[in-house]
Every structure is written in structure tokens, then in C-alpha cells.
Design a protein. Structure first.
Lengths: 352, 184, 250, 71, 352, 250, 184, 71
């Protein structure tokens, strides 16, 4: 399939279709509205269904129903809209249903701004809903990666029985890059024998959310955490960029990692032995990347479009908060390459 | 090819975004890495609209051009004022001289004043193709993509019922290209 | 000797957890009987609410999902869109449907989702202990309106059938009750009709059941049924509010 | 008038008295002696005037009543 | 004022009234429904207003309005209801408005169970809404402390201009303990000159949430974080229980800390030198408590009614994740004293 | 020589960001003029929505708060309860009010909150770029219904005045438009009346303005006004839907 | 006084919660630390209802009694079965013997079988005051609060229009107390 | 009929033509020559038949019109 130049928002819509998703429930919000717009015309062409829900709350609960009915299902939104979906995301997580949720983040908090941001890390990675749970969180840094991750998200969701959140931002949603769509499922997926399909001549199926007896509820929780342990063991993903000889490492994901990448080329030119660990999964956080490198690295330079929401995860991974320096822009500001270069020099000093 | 960082800016409706898109498309067709990154937001409605295009042979880092730009295309005065400073050494400023002018001389850059609105109006009866005229000037002035690739890009961007726009676009492109060739 | 009444097979054998005399049990049975009689219990999927009937999924002998409070119509939408050939229904209380879930029921109705909603109006939040519902009658006591609902202070009750009838999406809306055997018969007829219309794919159907909550009303079950007849029904008149099948018949 | 017989499942019965209140033939009463496992006084048949009208069963929230018609 | 025996839920309602709160907007949910029930009859007696909102979403947005209008205002709910309020909490945080939110946590996730839990730590402390923000989080361990903290919460909210969340659980809401109400405001509170009151002959007031220009939005964010830095410096609160000679420290808050307290008396009897750090503020997390003790303590034993949501904060505070052992129950299970004693012995071994 | 029309002082001098010919500007002015004429601009507090009018707080020369999408009626409730003597109004678009905010408007109305809602029905999501609104007409194009709204696929439009009129809480409901000078005059009269009723503390008042979105309709402002008259108003008939002051007068 | 851990359990409606509340109130009036902790949940409706009361001279840790209880009051059989095992050494089991009986002997505990329903019905025409009769037995059997403090507690718990219930409650309490005094 | 005068604030005008479309006396036109700072062709007065009916001002979304009555 030849590459096409596509807007991130449309590309993720197409990626969903290529991955076999036929159901989308969502509500408009800048900077992701092209996702529902695109799918409103493209899904019907492949026999799929697009429903513009009355709200994000309704949308996520439609997703809950469609996921329970056994379908591959997508919703997307941007920061405040995702905040509204938290209760519903908790329900889907609790029920152990597969669903894919795209968040094209914008600056916050509250209504904030419509410019790109990365300040929904906590809400997404730590969990913005009640109770003990995790969702898999994928963080693409390009339109192609967004496409690939959306496709993978459906497989991970089905494989593990859990929501998968693709955490991108307005920039990735709005920019165009060449993309190609090569969906290959790498997981062996079991048939969804648990789904709501009408019992026919078989056993009836139930999807529960209230587990009123604490012992049962705890057992239910524990079973989730057994699943999470497997995910933590198997699904950590990250990119190491120029890390072979690096003495300093940037840590950055998504859009900000691209600025860092540019900055690194300037810094390398200036003789700094610096690379980057770019988490591609935010949950599970790629702790393995840090375990491997731990001793070698003098400082981790965390760069985010937030006030430092990932810092604790980096600190936990490298087990030394004093090794971390942070540079962040917030409220929709995308840092410029120069700033990062300067930040790097400040941290690394004459230490080349 | 060195990494080319281009910024197209103007009023909403002047076609800055599609100018950038054609350029990016051409880059892609030549097999380069490309990115096209728009500004978006409420200011787009009646306000300014700009996009950043990067064409490179390496994976593209920041898709936003905040410095070291090779080329800035300013279709109106506010855009010129806002973006002229991101040009790097030896960068080219392409000005829609019907609506904007560089007020203070700037060292280390080359300036091309193109009366694109006038040219477009004279040839096509409206300012609609000023953007493509400027694109012609861009391609002539910096080392990005080949003219043929732009032609190719036209056929991809203007598909189906839009194919009828191709001849005029090609013509406008050549006008700009030649204008730049003969500049000064 | 013939059995003329026995428990429908579309209910499981799980013992109902409802308080003695709570009408939820009656309506559960009617829904199940209607589905069984239509031969659709094997094709049915219920979206059950948060409220006393949160465990309806255990009682219905067909597929079911426990929904977030108020969102059953959205969840049912998700299910029905995936399985347009199944019978999808929501079963919701008045807090669930007429308070927190107002937007979801109105929009499911406006979209004309081909689902059936069974709305249990007992004028109170049963499960959480008797707080005021949107349908609590003026003067009726609730734990958040201890002196009785005063519309000046607590706002006015909402009549859901009347409100939904202003929309173009619904094709059948009826309000019934179960306070007498005759009403039970009529309620079942309405529920069956709603499900039948859904089966025909005609659109959104809605049956409100004026129901009871003996526990939080502080009345015996028998007195509760009297209260329904004397106070609730005058405020929530029974009858058909919309029926395009009848209109088309004309 | 048809002759009928009702059977009460005492385990399920919660003694709500709804059946009692609607029986046209006063066939049913709550037991004053029995208490079931859940602590309720179940309904019981006190005469054999049942006409198999099923009113009691229609009102029973707990599906505790079976009605037979004797022919 | 003599002590009275009160249910936690009613006591926090009374505490609010004593602290001058006259507005409550809320929605019923177990196990906190006695809060609205109590206030529905008590607020009108003091000229206050109780509104049963149509939902938690409406309730939190009513709070936004009343807070913007300059009032002391309260809402309360329990886990899934608080999840629904996340967008609104983000708005109030962004606008920098004072408001008090009580969460009587139950087991999760999703609808979960109605039994007590502590698994909303992440949602509350890390932030379940979009964007960069913090709310002050107070964690009472008794009905009296819940009363005191609710009162203090109003002062902190007004003083700093931020929502304050009182994070208790169903047990504290449902149990009765003797309480007294002695409200004394310890902060000097400025008049709310910014409030919406109708401009009269003065300047008009605006409460904004959309700060569309990224630079302004970032400046706005930064101003919040300056405030947060002051809060972190001044408001960390914790209790040290038998820490003077302790070589091991439990870390536990709220209800679980009470179980730990009982366990400690058994362990002390058995000769273990063990104490407890009990965070009373969860944000700001009492890092100072750990800085002080750091070297002395061999292990921190974190006990929660969750799968370990506080662990990262403890790790960050003591800067060594390997020092932490965790014991948790989840899904509404309250751990028994015995279990904690056993856990303690397992960690401390023969190490008395 | 007398000035017979000039800009009201209840608007600030901040330039409106609306597209050329967008009727939001007209309605802003009417609200401001009505308040000024009632002498209540100094007492007014506006709850503004998320939608194109999200910056109305900058334009209104009185107190205002930017609300969460759809929740202005709740936020206004909070304000009004604290300041019962102020004039509190919400200004909301059709996405804001009739979609995500359905529950909030219905319950503010049912409670009889003593606030005034100005509802701008332009049949589209303006701010986010022309997606379908609950009030988009059948056949009308939207970016999420590119072939035009098909009620079979996209559901049916909601008529908000009609729906709210089934409730007991509202005391005054009128639908107006601003597509001609005469309609503008009538719209102002309605807005003023609603605010006046609020001042008297009688209850919830609601004025729907059938409005325009030239940009997303893809029509010139003048053609947009024609579209209002030819297509919108027949579907959304103008007039008084509820007026207890009139009823009481009888 | 050593810390007293008491568990009252029975069907909903049998008054276990208010029995516990009076005990806690009396403890508070004597200046002790007290806590009263109910089970809550859907099982309360028609199901079981129980509460834990702790009276202590030290700040109370766990308000839930899961072991080492001094006293368990079982108003029905399921409650007896569920809670008998939390009794510590020397603990007292007080059984509403009309509705429950200890099936297997248990070492290290004392058992008081009180036909509280019968006693209440005989004296007051209904089982309503069985809980208070049992409370009387509790106070006689373990070392918690003084009889006078219970009397005080009645006046606090039955305020205003409820004051009329005090005499019967006092009477029931004494009945239970004396029953326990004369037990075996 | 009253004689009137309208004044257009050209900075505020967005050239929407609503005023033009409603003026009974065809007093107003969009300028074909002027462009204001925001890039719009503002409305301008093309004759002096104004009757101060205020229709134009009522329709102007941008409060760009002032109307005076000449007496
Ligand atoms: C988001 C959320 N809010 C509140 C609750 C608590 N809650 C459970 S059921 C219920 C109301 C039930 O009343 P109704 O819908 O009338 O049903 P009924 O019990 O009367 O049948 C409420 C408020 C919840 N579970 N989730
Ligand atoms: C929770 C949330 N969801 C979605 C949005 C995005 N959003 C902003 S305005 C809007 C719709 C505006 O349409 P309408 O209310 O009709 O107002 P108009 O712009 O047409 O005046 C939407 C969906 C948001 N800001 N917040
Ligand atoms: S609380 Fe009310 S509605 Fe719920 S089961 Fe009991 S009687 Fe029925
Ligand atoms: S079937 Fe009819 S007559 Fe027989 S017991 Fe029941 S109600 Fe009475
Ligand atoms: S109606 Fe059913 S549950 Fe009620 S008393 Fe009769 S048999 Fe028992
Ligand atoms: S997008 Fe539409 S509603 Fe918004 S300002 Fe423009 S014309 Fe008005
Ligand atoms: S006031 Fe009347 S006549 Fe004068 S310009 Fe305006 S519309 Fe025309
Ligand atoms: S109506 Fe106002 S903005 Fe529009 S053209 Fe006339 S003066 Fe200009
Ligand atoms: Mg109810
Ligand atoms: Mg709109």
C-alpha cells in the first residue's frame, strides 16, 4: 500500500477501520473533531456504524455496551472530554472489556486551551477513575506511529480484556505525515465467548460491575492485577535513541520527544554524549529501559508538555529522584528546540 | 538535501495550508520524510492561518519550525511580522508584496517580493491562486523538491472532480517559478 | 388438571433480593413472560441500571449487563448497534432514568434507537434509602425532603411519558401500573407490545410502570398499592401517550 | 365457576400479603404460626374456594404462587 | 460544647455548617447519603440552601457557580460519583475557586461495591481530571478528625483559592464516635473581592476557564504552581505514632491507619520497634516526615485498602523504593488487625 | 438631532470574534439592551457556555462565568442560590444546551430555578466546525452528517421549547428569531420579559432564538437569514409556549 | 477498664444497631473513648444487621472487631454462626435463645442463653425490646459501663417526643440485667 | 417621513451585508474600495434617504451602526 499524506486525526480513524473496528461513538471536541468527522462518512462505507453521542458520558457508555456485545469499538476525545469519560472508563476496566480510546490532548486544566498538551498523563496513566485498575496507555510520536498504535491497541484490548488508551496530542491530530496502513495482528485472539449476543441455546452471559460482596470484589480486583502483571512483564515498549554511548538521557514521549530528538542533534553536534529513552507505553511504564541503564546515566532529563507528570514514574524506574532534571511547558505551549538545547546544556554543563 | 524548514503564513482563506500541503506531498512523492503542521484554533476563523512544512532525509524531529527556517512565505503583513525572525542564516523570505512588506532590512536573508495577488487577479480574475504563485517562487528559490514532483502532487491533491483545477494551478505555479527566476 | 399460572422460564431460580411486596418483582416477571411468549428470551439482552434492580441481571434468564447509573440507554444503544437483530431493553428506576440519566433517555428516544425501555417509577430512590426522586409527588416524604416534597423548595416532579412524547423518535409510549391484577394484565400487554414493535424494527418504545417502594414509603405492600391508585396515578395518568402503529392504522 | 388450586412456595414467599389482598374468594391468609428461613410468615391457603382466577399469582412479586385449574 | 455521638456522615455535615458553609449541592450515593440527608434538613434551619442535584456532574457545576459567587460551598459523594465530578473539579481548580469536596470512598473500580475502600488515591491525589493541577487532599482517620478537617478545608480552600478534598471512606462515614465542634479559623482570610456579585458601581468580575492563548494559559498554570509550592511548603501534615525509637515504620492513612495502630500495639508488645507515619495531608504529601527519618528506618510498611496507590509517593519521599513493603486489601475489604500484625512480623522477621 | 440607536453600555468595547453576520452578535446586544433598559445590568451575572459564545463573558459588561460544556444551568443555579436578588442568566448554544446539557436544562427548568436561559439554536456546532447538533434539520449538512441529516441514520431533531413546556417548573417559554428587524424587536421583547419575570421571582424563564451560523452553513449572512425564515422557522415555530403571567391574567 | 470489644448482631429490625448505640453512648458519657461501627449494605434490608462497639481508655484503633471480642450478642442463628469465632479467651456469648443456639461447645467462652423474644413479648406484647433485654445481660456480664450510664444514655438517645419510650426501655434493661445476675 | 443619518464604525464592520439587505431605502452598500484592518469591505452610506428606522442597526451583529434622527 503506497504512503499517503494524512492528518493524524483522519489517519487514526482509518487505522481503526483497517484494524476491523466497525463502531465509533463519540462527541466533537477540538482538536480531535476530524476523527468523528472522518468516521461519520467512512464507517458506513464498510458496513460500520457511527453514532454522534449526546455527550462524552453517553459515548463511553455506548462503548461499554458495544464492547460488551463483542465488537471492536472506538471512541476519541480530547482532555476535558476524556475527564468526563472517567467513570465510564472505570466501568469498562472493571468489567474487563476491550475498547480503544484516543485522547488528542490539549492544554489544561479545565477548559484550558485547544493547543496541544501532555498534561493528562496522571489522569490516564495513574487512573482518573475510582478504584484499583490500569489501562494500557500507548504514546505515539508521529502520525505513522499513531496509526500503528491504534491498530495494535485493538489487539491488546482484545487479548488482555482491557481498555487501551492511545494518548496523543493536538499536534499529532492536526499534522499531516506520510502513512501506510499494514494491519497484521500479532496476538492470538480467543473468540469472545463471553459476549452479549443473546443466549440462544447456550448459557446466558452477564457483564457485571457491582460486586457487592467485598471478598468477591477483592478476588475480582486481584484477577485484574494478575492480568496487569502479565502486561507489565510483556508489553513495556520504548525507543532508545542514541543511547549506546550516552551518559545523559532525555526521557520524553509523544510530541515533546520529537522536539527533544531535534535538540539532541544540536547537542550531539556540540559534543554532548546524550540520547533519549522514549516511552512508547506509558502504562506499563518501561521500567526495564531504566533498569538496564541505571548506573551508566548521570542524569535523566525529563521533557514534557506538562508540569512534570511523568517525573515520579521515571524516579520510580531509576530509583533516584536526584538523578532527574525536568523541563516542561504547559497550557498548550509546545517547547521550541532551542529551549531544550539550552536546558540540556544547563544540566550537562561542560560535561561532554 | 539538507533538512528544509518552511513556514507558510497568511490570512485564513488565502490558501497557506494547501500551499504547504502540496509542498509536503511533493516531498513525500520524492521519497523524503515530510511533515505538515498547521496552526489551529479559533484565530483561524477570519484570523491568521499558517503551517510548517519540513522536508528531510532523516526522520523529522520537531514538526514545528521555531528557528532555522529555510523559507518563510508571508501572505500578509501580520504573518511577515510574526515569522520573519524564525528564518535562519541564508533563509529566504517570500513576500506577497501586494499585502506586506519587510519594514526593516534583515541581515543574512534573501527577500523575494512577489506581487502574487496582482498576478493572480490579472491572470485568473481573482487572488485565489496567489498561494500557488508563491509556491512557484519557493520551489525556484530553495532546494526542496523538483518541479515535476509538484506536478505529481497536484494530481494527487486535486483528485476526481477537482482535477479540473490542475491546469490553472500548474500555470500559476510556473508564473511564480519564472518570476523568481527572473527576480532582480 | 392444568397449570394456569407458573413461574416463567425467562426468570432464573435466583431468589429476588427485593423487600417484601416490592413491585420490582412483578415487573421483572412481566418482562420475562412477555419475552418468553414472544419467543425472544433467547434473543434478548437487558441493560440493567443502578438502583434496587441492579441485580436484575441475575434474575433475568437472558443476557444482561449492569450499566452505570443513568446510562443504560447509552449502553443499550451500543449493544443494539452491534446486534440489530437482538431484542435490547433497558430496565431503569426513576432516579436512574429521570434524574442522572435524563440526557441519555431523551437522546436514545430522539435518535429513535430500536430498543425498549421499561421505566419503574416508584417516586423515590429505593436503593440508596429513600431520597427524593424527580418523580416524588408533592407532599411525599423522602430522606432529602423530610417534610414532604415542596415544589417551591424541591422543584416539581417530571412526567416522563409526557416529556418524551414531544419527540419524534419514539414510536410507542405507554404508562401502566401494577397495583391491581387488571393493571398487571394491561402492563404485560404494553410491555409485550413494546417488545413486539422493537422486533419489527419500528423504533424506540417506552413503558412506564407506576410502581411502589413499600420500604421507603413507610407503607405496607398492600397500602403501597393503594397509594399508587390514590395518589400516584392521578399525578401520572395511565394510558398510551404515543403509538405510531395505531396512528398508521388510522 | 372453575375450581382451582393454588400452591405457595413457602421458601420464596415474603409474606407481603398482596395475594391475600386481591383474592376475590379470600382463599389466602398469612400464616400466624409458620416462619420461613428468611423470617417471614408465608401465605397459606385457608379454604378451597379458589376459582383459579390467577389474581394472586399476578400480584406476587416473588413468583411464589402456582395456580392450577381443576377440570 | 459537650461531645455528642454522631455518625461520620452527619458529623461532617454539621462541621460544614459550623464552619459557615451554607450551600450544599449533591446527589445520593452509598455510603455517604446521610451527608445530603442531614444537610437537607439542617441547612434550611440556618438560612442555608440544600439542592439535590440531578447528578454528580450537575452538583459539581453548581458548586462551581456557588464558589464563583463567593460562598462557602460543599459537595460530597463516593467513588464513582467522584469519578463523574472530575471534569468539574478540573474547572474549579483551573478557576482557582474555593470549594470543599468530601469523598466517602468505597471499593472499586467501576460500580464496585459499597463497602469502604481507599482506592481513589490516584484519582484524588494525582488528579483524575485533565491538565496540570493539584487539589489539597485531607485524610481523616476518625470522625472527630473528619469534623476538624472539613472545617479546616473551608479555610484552606478560601485561603489558597483551590478545591480541598476530604478523602475519607465508608467506614468513617458510617461509624459513630464522640465529636465536638470547635471551629476556629486559623488563617487570615481576605475578602472575596473577585466574586460574582453583580458589578454594581464597580468593575465587572469574570471567572474564566478557557485561556485560549497558550502563553496566557501557561502563565495561568504557572501562577497555580506558585501557589502549590507555597502549599507544599506550609501545609504538609502528618502524625508520628511511636516513632521516637522506631526502626520500622508503617505508613498508612485514614481507616487503614487505625487497623495499623491496633496492630502496632500487638507488635510493640511482642517487642518490635515499630511506629507509624500517618499522612494527614495526601497532597501535599508529607515528604518532610520522611526526609527527617530517612536513614533511621529500615523498612517502610505501607498499608492501604487499595493495591498500593500511595507506594510511589512514599518511594519518592524516601527516595528508595526498595525500602518499601506493601500490604493491601481491596474491593471493599477492611484488613483485620491480625493480618497487619502478621505482615509486620513477616517484614521485620526476628528484627526486634 | 437625536441619537436613536447606539451601542448599549451593557456591552464592553471588546471587538466580537464572531464570523461576519453571525447572529450571536445580535442576541448579545439584545440581552445587554434588555438588562440595561431594566436597569439590571449592574445586578446581572451571566453563565456563558462552551461554544462560539464562550467569550461572551468578555463582551457582556457585567459579571460572568465561563461554564463547562452544557452545565451553565447548573452553574447558574449555584450562583442564583447564593445571590437570589441578582439577575442570573445562561446563554447557551444548541450543542451545549440540547445535547450534552440536556439533563441540566431540564432539571433547572423542573426545579423552577429563578434564572433565565437564552438558547441560541443555530442547528449546528459552530465552534467546533459544523458537526451535527440535536437541532440540525433533516437534510441539513453537517461535518458529521455530510450527506445531510437523515433521521433514520442520525436521529430526529429535538424541539426544546415544546419539550420544556411539558414541565411544571418553567413560567415563561418563548421561541423567537432575529432574521428580520421585526423579529429582532420581538426577540428583545421576549428577552426583556423573561428577565423581568425573573426579577419578580416567579420562576424559570426560557427564550429560544432561532439563529444562524453562516460559516458552517456555507451561506452568506443574508442567505442565512433567509434560511432561517424558509427552513428553520417552519420546523421551529416561533411563539409563546408557556406564560403563566398570561394565564394568571386570564 | 480494659478495652472492651463488643459485637451485636441480628436480623435487620431487631434493634441490634440501637442496642450498640446505647452502649456506646453510655461509654462516652462515662468519658471513655468509644466507637460504634455498623455493617451497612444491601444485606441490611431484610438481611442481617450488626455493629461493633468498642469502649476503651485509649484512642481506638480498628473500630471493626474481627478478633479478641469480649462479647458477642447474637440475636439470631446466622449471626451466632458468623460471629462466635471472633470471641477472645474468656469472652461472653449472649444468645437470643428464642431464635438461636450454640451448636457446638466452645472452649474458653461463657454462654448466656436469654429467651429475650419471649421475655419481651410477655412483658411488652411484642419482641421489640428483646434487644434491650439482651443489653441488660451484656452490662451485667462484662465490665464496660455502669447501669446509671445506660440510664443516662436512654435520656440522650430518646429525646423529645421519644422520651415516652424510656420507662419501658429501662424496665427491659433491668429484666435482662437481673436475668443475667440469676443465670444458672 | 423622518430624516435620519447612519454612521458606520468601519473598524467594527465585518461587511456582512445584513444592514444592506434590510434597509428599506437602499441607503447602504458594501464598499468596493475600502478594506479595513481585519480585511473586510465595510458598509458605507450611498445616499441620504435614511429615515432613521433603525432596521440596519437592529440587524448589525457588531454594533457598528449608530442612527440619528434629524429633527
Ligand atoms: C454515579 C452514581 N451516582 C449515584 C449512585 C448511587 N445510587 C445507586 S442507586 C441510586 C438511585 C436509585 O433510585 P432509582 O433509580 O429510583 O431506583 P430504585 O432503587 O428506586 O428502583 C443511586 C443514587 C451510583 N451508584 N452511581
Ligand atoms: C466536555 C466537552 N465536550 C466537548 C467540547 C467541545 N465543544 C466546544 S463548543 C462545542 C459545541 C458548540 O456548539 P453549540 O453549543 O451549538 O454552540 P455554537 O458554537 O453553535 O454557538 C463543543 C462540542 C468541550 N469543550 N467540552
Ligand atoms: S427499597 Fe423499595 S424499591 Fe428497593 S427493593 Fe425495597 S421496596 Fe423495592
Ligand atoms: S387464583 Fe384467584 S381465587 Fe384462587 S387463590 Fe388466587 S386469587 Fe384467590
Ligand atoms: S404475594 Fe407472594 S410473596 Fe406476597 S404473601 Fe403472597 S405468596 Fe407470599
Ligand atoms: S462559527 Fe457559526 S456560530 Fe460560530 S461565530 Fe462563526 S458563524 Fe457564528
Ligand atoms: S436607519 Fe433605516 S433607512 Fe436609515 S440606513 Fe438604516 S435601515 Fe436604512
Ligand atoms: S450589519 Fe454591521 S457588520 Fe454587517 S455590514 Fe452592516 S455595518 Fe457592517
Ligand atoms: Mg425509584
Ligand atoms: Mg450551535
Amino acid at each position: 500500500m503506497a504512503k499517503v499524506l494524512m492528518k493524524g486525526n483522519e489517519a487514526v480513524g482509518k487505522a481503526a477501520i483497517e484494524a476491523g473496528c466497525r463502531y465509533f461513538f463519540g462527541y466533537p471536541i477540538t482538536p480531535q473533531s476530524e476523527v468523528p468527522e472522518y468516521l461519520s462518512s467512512e464507517l458506513p462505507k464498510v458496513g460500520g456504524v457511527f453514532v454522534q453521542a449526546e455527550s462524552e458520558v453517553a459515548a463511553i457508555n455506548m462503548v461499554y455496551g458495544a464492547a460488551g456485545a463483542g465488537a471492536r469499538v472506538l471512541t476519541s476525545s480530547s482532555s476535558p472530554g476524556i475527564a468526563l469519560k472517567q467513570e465510564g472508563i472505570g466501568y469498562i476496566s472493571n468489567a474487563g472489556l476491550p475498547a480503544v480510546i484516543i485522547n488528542m490532548m490539549r492544554g489544561g486544566p479545565g477548559l484550558g486551551t485547544i493547543q496541544p498538551g501532555q498534561a493528562d498523563y496522571n489522569m490516564t496513566v495513574k487512573g482518573g477513575s475510582n478504584g484499583d485498575y490500569h489501562d494500557i496507555v500507548l504514546a505515539p510520536a508521529s502520525v505513522q506511529e499513531a496509526v500503528d498504535m491504534v491498530m495494535e491497541a485493538f489487539d491488546l484490548a482484545d487479548y488482555y480484556g482491557t481498555p487501551v488508551i492511545v494518548l496523543a496530542d493536538g499536534l499529532i491530530g492536526q499534522m499531516m505525515e506520510p502513512v501506510e496502513f499494514n494491519y497484521v495482528c500479532k496476538k492470538e485472539l480467543a473468540p469472545k465467548t463471553w459476549a452479549l449476543t443473546g443466549k440462544g441455546d447456550g448459557e446466558k452471559h452477564m457483564i457485571q460491575n457491582l460486586v457487592i460482596e467485598p471478598d468477591e470484589c477483592e478476588a475480582w480486583n486481584k484477577s485484574h492485577f494478575e492480568k496487569y502483571a502479565v502486561i507489565e512483564a510483556n508489553e513495556q515498549a520504548w525507543e532508545e535513541y542514541l543511547m549506546e554511548d550516552a551518559e545523559y538521557a532525555f526521557v520524553s514521549y509523544g510530541t515533546s520527544s520529537r522536539i527533544v530528538r531535534s535538540a539532541i542533534s544540536y547537542l550531539r553536534e556540540a559534543g554532548y554524549k546524550v540520547g533519549m529513552i522514549r516511552p512508547k507505553t506509558l502504562w506499563p511504564f518501561p521500567a526495564k529501559a531504566f533498569e538496564k541503564l541505571d548506573k551508566k546515566i548521570k542524569k535523566y532529563m525529563d521533557v514534557e508538555m506538562s508540569m512534570g507528570q511523568m517525573v515520579q514514574d521515571v524516579a520510580y524506574a531509576c530509583n533516584d529522584k536526584n538523578k532527574i532534571e525536568f523541563y516542561g511547558r504547559t497550557g498548550g505551549v509546545v517547547p521550541a528546540v532551542d529551549e531544550i538545547v539550552e536546558f540540556g546544556k544547563r544540566v550537562m554543563g561542560g560535561d561532554k | 538535501m539538507n533538512t528544509q524548514r518552511i513556514c507558510c503564513a497568511g490570512f485564513g482563506g488565502q490558501g497557506t495550508l494547501s500551499m504547504g500541503k502540496i509542498l509536503a506531498y511533493a516531498g513525500m512523492l520524492e521519497g523524503h520524510e515530510v511533515s505538515w503542521c498547521p496552526s489551529y484554533g479559533p484565530e483561524m476563523r477570519g484570523g491568521t492561518a499558517n503551517c510548517h512544512v519540513i522536508v528531510s532525509d532523516e526522520p523529522i524531529g520537531s514538526p514545528v519550525v521555531t528557528s532555522d527556517a529555510n523559507c518563510v512565505i508571508a501572505m500578509n503583513q501580520p504573518s511577515l511580522d510574526k515569522f520573519v525572525d524564525i528564518l535562519g542564516k541564508g533563509g529566504v523570505l517570500i513576500v506577497n508584496s501586494d499585502l506586506a512588506a519587510l519594514k526593516e532590512d534583515k541581515a543574512d536573508i534573501r527577500v523575494l517580493n512577489v506581487p502574487a495577488n496582482t498576478m493572480s487577479t490579472q491572470e485568473f480574475g481573482g487572488a485565489k491562486l496567489a498561494n500557488i504563485i508563491l509556491l512557484g517562487a519557493v520551489i525556484q528559490s530553495i532546494n526542496t523538491v523538483k518541479v515535476e514532483s509538484i506536478d505529481d502532487a497536484f494530481t494527487h491533491v486535486f483528485e476526481g472532480s477537482k482535477a479540473k483545477f490542475i491546469p490553472d494551478n500548474k500555470k500559476a505555479f510556473i508564473m511564480g517559478y519564472e518570476f523568481a527566476q527572473n527576480y532582480k | 388438571m392444568a397449570v394456569v399460572f407458573q413461574k416463567t422460564k425467562a426468570l432464573t431460580d435466583v431468589k429476588l433480593h427485593y423487600c417484601p411486596g416490592c413491585a420490582h418483582g412483578i415487573v421483572h416477571r412481566l418482562v420475562a413472560e412477555a419475552l418468553e411468549e414472544l419467543g425472544e428470551d433467547k434473543n434478548a439482552i437487558a441493560a440493567v441500571p443502578v438502583g434496587c434492580s441492579v441485580f436484575a441481571n441475575k434474575y433475568f434468564n437472558f443476557d444482561a449487563i449492569q450499566c452505570a447509573h443513568g446510562r443504560a440507554p447509552a449502553t443499550a444503544t451500543g449493544i443494539k448497534r452491534v446486534h440489530p437483530d437482538k431484542i435490547v431493553l433497558t430496565y431503569q428506576g426513576d432516579g436512574d432514568l429521570a434524574s442522572i440519566g435524563t440526557a441519555e433517555i431523551i437522546h436514545a428516544a430522539a435518535r429513535g434507537e430500536k430498543i425498549t425501555t421499561i421505566f419503574i417509577n416508584n417516586g423515590i430512590y429505593g436503593m440508596t434509602g429513600g431520597q427524593m426522586a424527580p418523580t416524588t409527588l408533592p407532599g411525599m416524604k423522602a430522606t432529602t425532603a423530610k417534610a414532604g416534597r415542596d415544589p417551591k423548595i424541591n422543584g416539581n416532579p417530571i412526567r416522563v411519558c409526557e416529556m418524551l412524547s414531544t419527540l419524534d423518535g419514539p414510536v410507542y409510549i405507554e404508562r401502566v401500573s401494577v397495583s391491581t391484577p387488571a393493571q398487571v394484565t394491561q402492563a404485560k400487554r404494553a410491555i409485550k407490545k413494546a417488545l413486539e414493535i422493537q422486533r419489527q424494527g419500528l423504533g424506540f418504545t417506552f413503558v412506564e410502570v407506576v410502581s411502589t417502594c413499600p420500604t421507603n414509603w413507610g407503607l405496607t405492600p398492600v397500602k403501597s398499592m393503594e397509594f399508587v391508585r390514590e395518589k400516584m396515578i392521578p399525578y401520572y395518568p395511565l394510558g398510551v401517550y404515543k403509538d405510531i402503529t395505531a396512528e398508521e392504522g388510522k | 365457576m372453575a375450581k382451582g388450586r393454588v400452591t405457595i412456595n413457602e421458601t420464596l414467599c415474603k409474606g407481603c400479603e398482596l395475594c391475600v389482598s386481591v383474592c376475590p374468594k379470600h382463599v389466602l391468609q398469612l400464616s400466624t404460626t409458620k416462619i420461613n428461613a428468611s423470617g417471614y410468615n408465608p401465605a397459606e391457603v385457608v379454604n378451597d374456594d379458589c376459582i383459579a382466577c390467577t389474581s394472586c399469582a399476578k400480584m406476587c412479586p416473588d413468583c411464589a404462587i402456582t395456580v392450577e385449574k381443576l377440570d
